[in-house]
Design a protein around this ligand. Structure first.
Ligand SMILES: [Zn+2]
Length: 540
């Protein structure tokens, strides 16, 4: 195996990809180097900017330089000793409709120049195409992918099997399934460039997820043409491992300045929001006064620094187990990203199944977006499928979450238990559980299990989270056989939705229900318990 995974969070992973020119750590951004025009020389890209690998275009090399890279070898030709990936001309097919080469020629050429990672001559689906036409691109790309084993001669090059289908998800699924059966080392998702240019990150999410769900998960996935730092976190979280960026140079040419939160026009900036060596020593005004070529170099260099820095932050978030928090933060930089993030809910089960279930760090919950995160999905799944209440418990006492964690060590909980013991001289038969955002019901005896004790959340929770908690409480009461429920309302009264939902469930089930405010526990709880002692039932 050329790919080894070391750390995971969500579908994102930190891995090692072995190439014949060295091992590169993923997720990795490959700056696009145009062999005919290099604003930043490849050697500098590695030595100054710290990029271990780059991508260039085999088709352009072949058209412009023919045998020169074959004679010298690609690494010497570009003066770059890291790993080099080559694209095949598929992008040129997308832009110009056709290329002056064929699959066999471009496969042989990539082997002759000694690239490390090579791509078959796939047919990109594009955006404005009919389903029928998209189907043809998938079929032809698969045909070419199958032919690779008959034409390739070297075994030391990693081959990329691109997945096509565009916005037609059934086609993406079929393409990924078939491609995944062939012996490729890496896969790539084709045609996302236009989707990204239109800020249709919701469509992109569905394309990536469909590809991921149908490809072998142990192979790395390259997202073609994704070079803007503001979407790295999002794409890494969905399981993309390789990226290429021509954006650093293309944007620079148009006087655009990239940041992890979006794009600025140079003439609209008063200050540089960046600490890279370029921005530290200049101002937007000074850069605007530079000659065109110098300004271009300045911006290309800043853009590349910005891309590198964001990828490192994303990797650190994977390392810390905080990728979800990081993605949420980035999603707030543009409504299109937030809209896409909301669509994650469609795939939350798949993400949960493939995410680590315990972490070495606690979790931060901000709002109802967090309800999709794997830890919550995991808790809901295991709690509803596997948890059974203690056999002798016939009255459920529901307490609100407390600041203190674990909840059962809080003063409020101890006070309630003391009253029950004083009144009834026993606690058997009573089962103390908590209702807590964002988990739902947390039984006393499991409130130290990860992550119910290892999280911080906003109180009061937003209304969607409250409704989620209320639904969890109702589900729990419904599937258990308590004879009655005593609910203590929380001091901020956010639990009134929980209260009414719980009361309705008890009524429907025809079991006892009593509720009281937390500040009246001392006075009211003994009365409830007294009546319970007399009638052996709760007030209905
Ligand atoms: Zn900068």
């Amino acid at each position: 195996m050329s790919f080894e995974i070391r750390e995971k969070d969500l579908l994102g992973r930190i891995g090692k990809l072995k190439t014949k020119s060295g091992t590169i750590e993923t997720p990795v951004l490959l700056p696009v180097v145009n062999p005919a025009f290099q604003p930043i020389p490849p050697r500098q890209i590695r030595e100054e900017f710290g990029f271990e690998a780059l991508i260039t275009n085999a088709y352009i090399l072949k058209q412009r330089f023919q045998n020169e890279p074959v004679r010298e070898g690609l690494h010497k030709f570009l003066n770059f000793d890291g790993a080099i990936m080559t694209d095949s001309g598929a992008y040129q097919i997308l832009v110009y409709g056709d290329v002056k080469t064929n699959q066999d020629e471009i496969v042989n050429y990539q082997e002759q120049i000694g690239t490390d990672i090579a791509t078959i001559l796939d047919i990109p689906t594009g955006w404005r195409v009919t389903e029928e036409c998209a189907g043809r691109t998938v079929k032809e790309t698969l045909k070419r992918a199958r032919r690779l084993s008959k034409i390739k001669r070297r075994d030391d090059i990693l081959w990329v099997g691109p997945v096509q289908g565009g916005k037609y998800l059934d086609l993406v699924a079929k393409s990924a399934r078939e491609m995944g059966r062939l012996p490729f080392s890496i896969h790539a998702l084709g045609s996302p460039t236009e989707v990204m240019e239109r800020y249709r990150f919701d469509v992109l999410l569905e394309m990536i997820m469909t590809a991921k769900m149908n490809l072998p998960l142990d192979r790395p996935l390259h997202l073609f043409g994704a070079g803007h730092p503001f979407m790295f976190a999002f794409a890494v979280a969905l399981g993309c491992d390789l990226f290429d960026s021509a954006a650093y140079a293309l944007y620079a040419r148009e006087c655009r300045y990239l940041t992890e939160n979006g794009t600025h026009r140079l003439n609209e900036l008063e200050y540089f929001p960046c600490a890279c060596p370029k921005c530290n020593c200049s101002t937007p005004k000074k850069v605007l006064e530079l000659e065109t070529q110098q300004r271009f170099s300045f911006l290309a260099e800043h853009n590349l620094y910005a891309c590198g820095a964001e990828m490192r932050r994303v990797k650190q978030a994977v390392e810390d187990g905080r990728l979800w928090e990081y993605v949420e933060m980035r999603a707030l930089s543009h409504p299109a990203l937030l809209q896409a993030l909301k669509k994650v809910s469609k795939y939350k089960e798949f993400i949960e199944e493939n995410s680590p279930s315990t972490k070495h760090s606690g979790l931060f919950f901000f709002d109802s977006l967090s309800l999709m995160r794997p830890e919550i999905v995991h808790y809901e799944k295991t709690f509803s499928q596997r948890y059974t209440k203690p056999g002798d418990a016939d009255t459920l006492v529901l307490l609100p979450q407390t600041e203190m964690k674990p909840f059962h060590k809080s003063i409020q909980c101890k006070q309630v238990e003391k009253i029950i013991r004083q009144q009834l001289r026993k606690v058997n038969g009573f089962h103390v559980c908590f209702y807590a955002a964002p988990f739902g019901v947390i039984p006393n005896e499991i409130d130290e299990v990860y992550p119910v004790s290892q999280h911080e959340t906003v109180v009061p929770p937003d209304s969607e989270t409250v409704r989620y908690v209320a639904a969890q409480v109702a589900n729990y009461v419904n599937r258990t056989n308590y004879r009655g429920v005593i609910l203590v309302n929380d001091p901020l009264n956010w639990g009134k939705t929980v209260l009414s939902s719980c009361r309705d469930t008890c009524r429907t089930k025809k079991i006892g229900f009593a509720a009281l405010d937390v500040e009246k526990v001392q006075v009211v709880l003994p009365k409830i318990l007294m009546s319970l002692r007399k009638t052996d039932d709760l007030i209905r």
